[in-house]
Design a protein around this ligand. Sequence first.
Ligand code: NAI
Length: 461
Amino acid sequence: MAKFDLIVIGAGPGGYVCAIRAAQLGLNVACVEGRETLGGTCLNVGCIPSKALLHATHQLHEAQENFETMGITAKPKVDWSKMLSYKDDVIGQNTKGIEFLFKKNKVTWLKGWAAIPEAGKVKVGDEVHEADKIVIASGSVAASLPGVEVDEKVVVTSTGALALEKLPKKMVVIGGGVIGLEMGSVYARLGAEVTVIEYLDRLIPGNDGEVAKTFQRILKKQGINFVLGAAVQKAEVKRNKATVTYTLRKDDSEQTIEADCVLLATGRKPYTDGLGLEDLGVTLTKGGQIETDSQYATSVAGIYAIGDAIAGPMLAHKAEDEGMAVAEILAGQAGHVNYGVIPGVIYTTPEVASVGETEETLKDAGRAYKVGKFSFMGNGRAKAVFQGEGFVKLLADAETDRLLGAHIIGPMAGDLIHEICVAMEFGAAAEDVARTCHAHPTFSEAVREAALACGDGAIHA
Ligand code: NAI
């Protein structure tokens, strides 16, 4: 048995960041992780491997669609098992990186699955360790859907979708959210006929409606089929083929579609199995999230929780921020997360990125706002790289010009959004961005032009 100031449960982006920051602030820290490698869902079976496959298949798309225009002759051929080993290499480099950071910061990795027999104690395997404070960062797992049994071979979650044995010819994606569209893009670029079935009448709920429409149009042009307003009822597998049954909400008619792979991407739920929270008396919400106060404290003294296991968007960077904040709080500092400025990014081509209010939320709140919009068609750099589709849309307060939100669909949107995040953190006005010199030729000029469009008008529109 060992005694620590802090034991963090889970080494995903929330947990490992919390452990490292707490160690940097002088605490004696251990982090429990049951996987063979550190990094949680994000590094092992989520953000990082999906980005490797998105990158590889984007290169394939470039070679197939745009090389000839640029005077390059090449006939690309896909070696799927090699593409998977490239993805696995990327995972390995990243997970080993966290191991190195643990050693560097003197964080002890307790290998195994944790349980909390009582406040102040964490059981890993047969050993019980003591800790003044415990932070639960146990993450999330794919939510299930009645009638759809996951076997991770024919019917897969995002985990199985990152390691398919062979490339599917026909794929059905259940859910037009982030995972469905990122992984759907990967397999569409690899030649599969992909159909996305979405319950709502639009894609990416919660995002700006205009962006969602443009996104759907662009993805359709890339060959992805969409069935919107349709509730999936079941998926039946026979001899490695699936039949998916869904009901069209407009007329209640029942339809079926066949596929050799079905991706279930209808959301995720908190993962707290085996921790013993019920016996401890830790209060959960109806959705199974751990209830916390503004300091990330649970209902049991000395036990804290962060990341996907608590309320809020299930995003790695939200978990990281909470990890840093709770470490600072436990070290006697004033940790804080600004939930109004958490960007969201979808890593398709084009990328989709957003932060802050949408037109929909502003209308609901009855707040007067103005819109500054600029199309990437007016951006020289975007046209040079075949990415003139999409736009930057900034929302600013009608009276004060203060930036309230940004929605970008276009090249490098996931990087461009941070200029607006910083501006929002500083309470900037659209005019502040408009008066900042932006290098030419860059994609970020489109952000400045959108800011100019909030005032006297963009130059290249
Ligand atoms: P999601 O919540 O983004 O989308 C799920 C979609 O499934 C929704 O549009 C919903 O209306 C639809 N749906 C639900 N039941 C259905 C049914 N019976 N039939 C048809 N459609 C149905 O969830 P997703 O894509 O699974 O992602 C899970 C979480 O992981 C999200 O919180 C997401 O933000 C996060 N994530 C973030 C990434 C990023 O930041 N790039 C990448 C991957 C995941």
